[in-house]
Design a protein around this ligand. Sequence first.
Ligand SMILES: C[S@@+](CC[C@H](N)C(=O)[O-])C[C@H]1O[C@@H](n2cnc3c(N)ncnc32)[C@H](O)[C@@H]1O
Ligand code: SF4
Ligand code: SF4
Length: 321
Amino acid sequence: MPNHGIMEIMGRGFRQIMQESPGYFHIGLKYFGYKFFNKKSPIYGSADIINVCNLHCTHCYWWLNRKENEELTVEQWKKIIDEKFKKKHIFIVTLVGGEPTMRMDVIKLFAKEFPKRACVVSNGTFPLEKIKNLYFYWVSIDGTQQVHDSIRGKDAYEKTKKNIIDYIEKNGEKAWKDIWISMTINSQNYKTVNDVIEEWLPIVNKIGFQFHTPFTKGDPLWLPFGPERTKVVDDLIAMRAKYPDSIINPVKQLELMKKNWGGKGTTPVDCPTWAILSVDHLGREKMPCCIGSAEKNSMKPICEECGLGCYSVMVANGMKG
Ligand SMILES: C[S@@+](CC[C@H](N)C(=O)[O-])C[C@H]1O[C@@H](n2cnc3c(N)ncnc32)[C@H](O)[C@@H]1O
Ligand code: SF4
Ligand code: SF4
């Protein structure tokens, strides 16, 4: 089991936290403005830095609204960073897609502009490169090998596991800290949660869980509210007690995941959509949230069945829509 060391919060060391104090000042101001004046200013950012993916996973929201488009250049992304993210004092940016590791030029730009404050969500099927000043890689693992491959495609698991292990072996004794696992729980993989934890925690830094969010009523991948889903959450809470430093979801957030915490139909109600500034591959703002779309007639996520981790964790911490 990796040792996390003392004075580390969410993978950030003491010195780093001190260096980042101006950023915390802005977060403090935003939180203060929200708590006392209900002023809503985004704290986090997400950017779909690419409009291409090498996989076609069965559960994926991104393919639902994808249209064939141009990609932005590094210079165009720099403009979006300055005019959208920096102007609004965004603290941490998550790079998604499509598959972001197919645009290493853009990842490097974000890592330079947001040192230790940009993370990449990846399917891990391409070799993972050590990038100066990147915060960390979130690698998506959707169950044990067989079920992961049934969702993500043949041999996906083997490639991803090899790339993670290669990265850790190649990049020095602290490289394991750069890899966090993200699992999206659905009706096909929910029985593999504990096995995923036991398989990956000896290798990587942290694991985070969220639930599949449907875009159509009756989506068979959605794990319905009820006893089975409640048991998955209760088991996760028990695993969290066993691995408190490694499973990142707070208990309060996990409890929320048992039921509707987000909204009504496709309308967000309690969900703090304002807290994450999300842009698509053309730099346009996505609505209502990071899995939505900039286009009006797009398919919409079903808020009342939402399982997204990044927003529910904020609700658990007292932030609302
Ligand atoms: C769209 S992917 C982009 C990054 C990268 N291609 C990957 O798979 O990690 C970002 C994350 O969203 C998750 N995801 C995809 N569809 C989802 C859905 N309908 N509900 C919740 N999470 C979903 C994926 O499993 C992945 O962890
Ligand atoms: S790899 Fe990521 S973006 Fe590509 S289809 Fe799978 S979940 Fe979607
Ligand atoms: S994260 Fe998106 S889908 Fe979920 S409740 Fe919020 S707006 Fe709706």
